[in-house]
Write a protein that binds this ligand. Structure first.
Ligand SMILES: NC(=O)C1=CN([C@@H]2O[C@H](COP(=O)(O)OP(=O)(O)OC[C@H]3O[C@@H](n4cnc5c(N)ncnc54)[C@H](OP(=O)(O)O)[C@@H]3O)[C@@H](O)[C@H]2O)[C@@H](O)CC1
Ligand SMILES: Nc1ncnc2c1ncn2[C@@H]1O[C@H](COP(=O)(O)OP(=O)(O)O)[C@@H](O)[C@H]1O
Length: 283
């Protein structure tokens, strides 16, 4: 497969997507992120995504999910509103099993994807790509992408994707007609229109459970904050997603630096996000 040039997305690029509230802003003008993630098996994924979204500076997070997961989310982050209502963007699928979806959950996801709002589709929501109606980015790792493509009769393997992530991210964007953020030590973000961006991880301590759920929360929050820009320029979701990956990677580096280059866990990354956002605002 032949691919064009990929550009590394850096701090100057990401800073174009940082915005602080002004005197006329309120929580609704800042954007509300609707989150449908987590399950009784994986409540942590919901907690991590919601925590990261709050830390990125969104106006409000509305969480919709099973009672036990809701409790866990509220215990960690009582700022979350656990009542359905208007939102400006969606984060869907982290910590869910697409093969085990209740009727109610399927309805909630369908409603979200039919809303025309920007959405971030992760993990157990990836199979729903194609039913989206708003600007959308999917955020698979190599195994998830292989599964998704095989389901659509594209012959591929995890090994092939790991060996040539740029080529496969592009192929997936074309086949699925959606922006793709393929996670890895180098994250590839591209779309069918030809935008091709990379974000090289600043620390390999990112390779631990739950860090992808944090990434989903960051991108979801950015999508809610910038929903008006996305409404005028749907293709901008690719650059917005790369900005999310940049903030995530930089937050992980800071978290590791704070412990002399030692290990970080997913929540440590979320905790560093405000400092990264603050740094981008000062540029
Ligand atoms: N705190 C939370 O709530 C968290 C929740 N999370 C949520 O979990 C969900 C699933 O996400 P995921 O990426 O793990 O799933 P997936 O791509 O299906 O991988 C399964 C593959 O892994 C393999 N495998 C298993 N064990 C292995 C081993 N020891 N060594 C090597 N291989 C091993 C296994 O292989 P097998 O055992 O079948 O041979 C299979 O192929 C997702 O919704 C995510 O959001 C996560 O973010 C984590 C934190
Ligand atoms: N070896 C690595 N070096 C740096 N970053 C990595 C490495 N492996 C994975 N990552 C990053 O860590 C995160 C892992 O996300 P994901 O695979 O979804 O994990 P989880 O499902 O446990 O949250 C992604 O942001 C990915 O880009």
């Amino acid at each position: 497969m032949d691919t064009g040039t990929w550009r590394e997305w850096g701090a100057d690029d990401a800073s174009e997507w940082s915005s602080a509230p002004g005197e006329h802003d309120d929580k609704y003008l800042r954007g509300v992120l609707g989150v449908i993630t987590g399950s009784p098996d994986y409540p942590g994924a919901a907690v991590l995504g919601v925590e990261a979204a709050h830390r990125t500076g969104v106006g409000m997070v509305r969480y919709i999910g099973p009672r036990a997961v809701r409790r866990a989310v509220l215990a960690k982050r009582p700022e979350t509103v656990a009542v359905a209502g208007r939102v400006q963007a969606w984060l869907l699928g982290s910590g869910m099993d697409s093969a085990n979806r209740s009727f109610m959950l399927a309805g909630d996801l369908q409603h979200a994807l039919a809303s025309g709002h920007p959405s971030v589709l992760d993990a157990g929501g990836l199979d729903l790509v194609g039913t989206h109606t708003g600007p959308t980015v999917i955020t698979p790792h190599a195994r998830e992408l292989a599964h998704l493509l095989l389901e659509r009769d594209v012959d591929c393997s995890v090994e092939q994707i790991e060996d040539a992530p740029a080529e496969w991210a592009e192929r997936a964007a074309r086949e699925l007609e959606v922006a793709v953020l393929l996670k890895g030590a180098v994250t590839h973000v591209c779309d069918p229109e030809g935008t091709r961006l990379t974000v090289t991880a600043r620390t390999h301590w990112l390779a631990s459970a739950g860090t992808g759920d944090v990434l989903g929360g960051i991108i979801g929050a950015l999508a809610a904050t910038h929903h008006e820009r996305l409404a005028h320029d749907a293709g901008a979701i690719t650059r917005l997603a790369a900005t999310g990956a940049f903030i995530h990677s930089e937050a992980a580096r800071r978290a590791s630096d704070a412990v002399d280059g030692g290990p970080v866990v997913a929540l440590d990354i979320a905790r560093e996000v405000p400092r990264v956002v603050g740094g981008l605002l000062r540029r």
